[in-house]
Write a protein that binds this ligand. Structure first.
Ligand SMILES: C[S@@+](CC[C@H](N)C(=O)[O-])C[C@H]1O[C@@H](n2cnc3c(N)ncnc32)[C@H](O)[C@@H]1O
Length: 293
């Protein structure tokens, strides 16, 4: 297939394989974990030397997607890489003693927020497949003296978590990165107790992803959205009930359109501008809720 790893939004139209996707995602978030630069946006078509893909700083991104200044105050500083597209714990009614699982926990921001809500009798488990991310999250937990949080290295398509052992699952800007979202949601269903809840913040769009972005590994690793109805249906097919979007907010189109890689691409391919601009304007940050009945 064509080289889709060059960092530009080039003419890549071939679809990456699941393995190529996984490697690109791991590579991007390994870099984010070690350099502190992050990006979770379809804008991440930036050049190899532009790890941020032209994104604003982590704090600004996080405030923009729904965290409060207080949230950012109480978590370890290194836990926020600005990689989220929502604030799932804001929607999760967490109780003292709950067991919470975070799918794709990154540097741990949502795990640390959950840990404060479930208290010392509760437990928070973060799962992430990028070793450098897990190391960073564990270091944050040690520094912050968190005794009710643990981070496990693993893939969310095959969760290292026992059947029916979790009360609430949260996830922030991760499921779209998986090549097999249906399998991830079946796994989520397996590990939840009956009556358990799933709260997912992720990107949705009303328009289909342009082929030029779908074939670009940098864009794929930067969280391309899924069309809203298709995403909702994946929850239902995995057996979840009461599936709904609790809140939705427009995702800033500029995050995509001002990206240096996108700009360069559009200069070379002005005929693609209308489709990319319309697509960028159709992206929303959505908060999904679902229950295991
Ligand atoms: C966009 S970041 C979000 C991190 C975190 N949820 C946050 O909001 O800061 C995506 C994270 O998901 C992890 N990830 C992506 N695909 C995964 C998979 N299939 N299994 C496990 N972790 C995955 C990446 O390693 C990365 O740390």
């Amino acid at each position: 297939m064509k080289d889709t790893t060059t960092g530009s939004c080039g003419d890549a139209t071939a679809q990456p394989t699941a393995e190529e996707r996984r490697a690109a995602v791991r590579e991007r978030y390994s870099r984010a974990a070690t350099t502190g630069d992050g990006c979770c946006a379809p804008a991440c078509c930036g050049g190899e030397n532009d790890a941020s893909g032209g994104q604003p700083p982590a704090r600004e991104v996080s405030l923009g997607v729904g965290y409060t200044p207080e949230d950012l105050e109480v978590v370890p500083e290194d836990a926020n890489l600005g990689l989220g597209c929502g604030n799932p714990t804001r929607f999760a009614t967490l109780r003292e003693g709950d067991v919470v699982l975070d799918l794709g926990s990154g540097a741990g921001i949502d795990c640390f927020l959950a840990a404060q809500r479930v208290g010392p009798t509760g437990q928070v488990i973060g799962v992430d497949m990028t070793p450098e991310m897990v190391e960073r999250a564990r270091a944050n937990a040690r520094r912050g003296g968190y005794t009710n949080v643990e981070f496990r290295l693993g893939e969310i398509e095959a969760l290292p978590v026992a059947d029916e052992s979790v009360d609430v699952i949260i996830s922030n800007c991760v499921l779209n990165l998986s090549a097999d979202k249906a399998r991830v949601l079946r796994e989520a269903h397996r590990v939840l107790r009956k009556g358990g809840r799933l709260i997912v913040s992720d990107l949705v769009s009303t328009l289909p992803v342009p082929a030029v972005l779908e074939g670009n590994l940098d864009a794929v690793a930067g969280c391309l959205p899924t069309q809203r109805e298709a995403y909702l249906e994946t929850f239902r097919s995995a057996g979840f009930t009461d599936v709904r979007i609790a809140e939705e907010h427009p995702y800033p189109a500029d995050y995509l359109l001002s990206d240096a890689g996108v700009q360069a691409f559009l200069e070379a391919h002005p005929d693609e501008a209308a489709e990319l601009t319309a697509f960028a304007g159709s992206i929303f940050g959505a908060h999904f809720e679902a229950t295991k009945g």
